[in-house]
Design a protein around this ligand. Sequence first.
Ligand code: BGC
Ligand code: NOJ
Length: 814
Amino acid sequence: MSYGHFDDERREYIISRPDTPLPWINYLGCEAYFGIISNTGGGYSFYRDARLRRLTRYRYNNAPFDFGGRYIYLRDNANGQFWSPSWQPTRHEAKNYSCRHGMGYSIIGSTFNRIKAETLYFVPLGENLEIWQLSVTNLGRKPAKLSVFSSIEFCLWDAQDDATNFQRNFSTGQVEIEDGVIYHKTEYRERRDHFAYFACSEKLAGYDTQRDVFLGAYRSWDKPAVVERGRSFNSLAHGWAPIGSHHVKLNLKPGETRQVIFLLGYHENPKDQKFDPPTSQTVNKRTVKPVIAKYLKSTTVESAFESLRQYWDRLLRLYQAKTPDRHTDRMVNIWNAYQCMATFNMSRSASFYESGIGRGLGFRDSNQDLLGFVHMVPERARERVIDLAATQLETGGAYHQYQPLTKRGNDDIGGNFNDDPLWLILGVAAYLKETGDWSILDAPVPFDNKPKTEKALYEHLERSLQYTLDRLGPHGLPLIGRADWNDCLNLNCFSDTPGQSFQTTTNKDGKVAESVFIAGMFVLAARELADIAERRGLNSDAKDYRKAAERMHETVRKHGWDGEWFLRAYDDFGKKVGSKECEEGKIFIEPQGFCILAGIGMEDGLAKKALDSVNNVLATPHGIMLQQPAYSKYYLHLGEISSYPPGYKENAGIFCHNNPWVMIAEAMVGNGDRAFDYYLRINPSAREKMSQLHRCEPYVYAQMIAGKDAPTHGEAKNSWLTGTAAWNYFAITQFILGIRPTYSGLMVSPAIPSSWKGFTVSRKFQGVRYDITVKRIGKGNRARLVVDGRPVEGNVVPRPRGGVTQVAVEATLE
Ligand code: BGC
Ligand code: NOJ
């Protein structure tokens, strides 16, 4: 059963009933101002940093789930009935409910007592504000006398503090109201130079800014006192919980439609121009007023919305595929690319499953996000690469996370996740291949953000590699540190105390436990760096890196192969993890994927053997599980992985993030059938018809699908912010469809199912549009290329002459 359907033409998912199994959300904003919005209007907004600049309040882990939102109430003043067009918070039985999530906007509405109401929510490009454009239509035969009430609850900026420090917060809230605009200015008088505003396009019948007055004692948002009585109290918040609510009266003739625009925005003033007059404590509104006036006009709103549409049109046209499979087309052309933007912007910080409080941007996460994002907005990718590298330590190590607002490494979680530095090399390599912007390697970048420590980015990459070499264990494999990609395989933690963080507690000195996964990564990263060095003319560097890669390759073959698959690790006792010798957790997905990505086992058949093992032991109809057999008890020496009940998360869940590693590996060994089969198993659109089981949104990937050991096998969790987005995009576009940027040009090397007759891709690469038609004439996946009518050797399309902006490529697969 499904809860809606895709409209690919409009690039929307249309939800047709409000009671989805979980809130199905969307993101507003793609630059600095962001909002999360659920299909019933729930969610919150923030400027840049979900923790430090939270505009509106949200209550996590609530019932109903998505509470705290952008709520509008309509009231029929003839009979006192009131309802919310987005269903929440009143949950009236409305007709024709629909929520259309699109690219950077959502439109939610319904009809109640012949009044149709629909709100378009979006963030205009280049602005730090969100627009709610409400349209109300009287479908009845009699005139309608209506009241509209808007409502939001302000967050007192620091979302962590807001949710905990009540003894202070109940006394700090402050607002100002001027010309009907509500200004939220808590802490503005002292150390903040920013405020929020909530404005409305229509003449107000009243307003409220104090929550308890608006709701009334012992009432909640489903039945606010103000809405029930049909009149605002014009309350002025001081302390307690400041909110924003406008009251507008609308008289509609039969058939008439009226629009009301609400703006919620964030604004900063220069420190020395905070007040107006300067000696007062009144917010200086001189620079914000023109912005408000501009966006309260419906002509501006419409043209801003059109610009947003065009923006997405332009971004998505950079890679468009037409294949025999509509789920592939839909995800590649629309939703997967869109999700890559969200993960790039948020890393893992703010969703309905990440509170926006605990985590800033992850070092390894953000580097991986580049894989799916860099072709869309390369300038922002460049900035991100530099920001990430600037948090690197002089040892080559990395903070695991950093705060986007301060761009500083996060001391609470620290470093010593020994895979982290290597991701920088893979992120930079992806950036270089896509953009050809070699100048980035010479950009001076500090270590740990300390002035005067600047070194060329290239040196950061060298140190990343050296970091691994400086930390080899007894078998010559990389020491794992706190954890590698798998944050939950904590081989040095040994935690037996409740409440200790598995990520930050380290009870062993870490000189024994080794990771075969990092070894695979090292081989890949060292080869990438060698390629980079060669292209910079640093041949002796390149030679060294290749030698180091070779050595590690040999070590993996010697100490990292278990007979039928790659081993996962050695624990603190030097015992194998992910081996047939283990009682549980005999085989793990990560080293199978990553060792093969690095090219290990390609020549001697180990790769194929490992992939067959994955297929035999780890694959389920819902995707490939992380490991098997699941851990049935807590293993002190393995850490968090064994803390999850079997089938969930890292303990034998289907961790969607590393399924694409196996897809890529299958593509590399030429098995297009299997690669694509795995791709479809977790493709959200292909799972739409089982929404009741899957439960998460059918238009974006979730981090995890419960594995076969869980009672809810097939149920997804933690949608939106996951490396799954970038890796699936990378796997399908670059390895299965096989259109891959390389240093010497665009490669066409598909590994598609044998049943496909072909496909087309239109792809912009370094200023040139490539129109690629792939036709199958044989059963295999060997491509022969004809470029602009002329056959070329190999599978890389040579760069066209200067000035040429369009190239036609015909590839035949034999
Ligand atoms: C989760 C991991 C996550 C880690 C750090 C663990 O509880 O299972 O997926 O990476 O926390 O946030
Ligand atoms: C989620 C984290 O964000 C990511 O960095 C990690 O690799 C996976 N969990 C697996 O533990």
